[in-house]
Every structure is written in structure tokens, then in C-alpha cells.
Ligand binder design. Structure first.
Ligand SMILES: [Zn+2]
Length: 70
């Protein structure tokens, strides 16, 4: 039996065996909170985010896959 602390809320998580898929979070909710925080910081550094862009599906389409025009 081992434990770790959730990096989002600090709650102690007890697990047995291999690390849980949610590590280092206690729940998928905390995972999304951290991801959202990280994304906001990234966008804030680069530029302002429009509502359309905020609704972009994840992951974003990698460059080079846009249809080519002749
Ligand atoms: Zn948590």
C-alpha cells in the first residue's frame, strides 16, 4: 500500500500495486483543473483567445495536415 498527494487539491491518495492512471491527481476532475490551468497560461503568453478558439477540439490538428491549394 502506498500514498501520494494530489498536485491539484493536495488530498492524500492511497493505492495498492502500480501507480493509478490518474497519478499525480486524485481524480479526473483534478486532472482537468490542472490541464485547464496549464492551457490558459499557454494561451495567455502567446495571444488572446477568441471564443471560437476556446471551443477547439483537443488535440489541435498538427501543422501540415491542412488541405493544400493549387
Ligand atoms: Zn485532487
Amino acid at each position: 500500500m502506498s500514498t501520494y498527494q494530489c498536485v491539484t487539491c493536495g488530498r492524500e491518495v492511497v493505492y495498492d500495486g502500480p501507480l493509478p492512471v490518474r497519478y499525480p491527481f486524485c481524480s479526473s476532475r483534478c486532472q482537468f483543473v490542472d490541464l485547464g490551468k496549464w492551457l490558459r497560461e499557454q494561451y495567455t503568453i502567446e495571444r488572446d483567445l477568441t471564443p471560437e478558439e476556446a471551443g477547439e477540439p483537443w488535440p489541435p490538428r498538427p501543422p501540415g495536415e491542412e488541405p493544400q491549394r493549387r
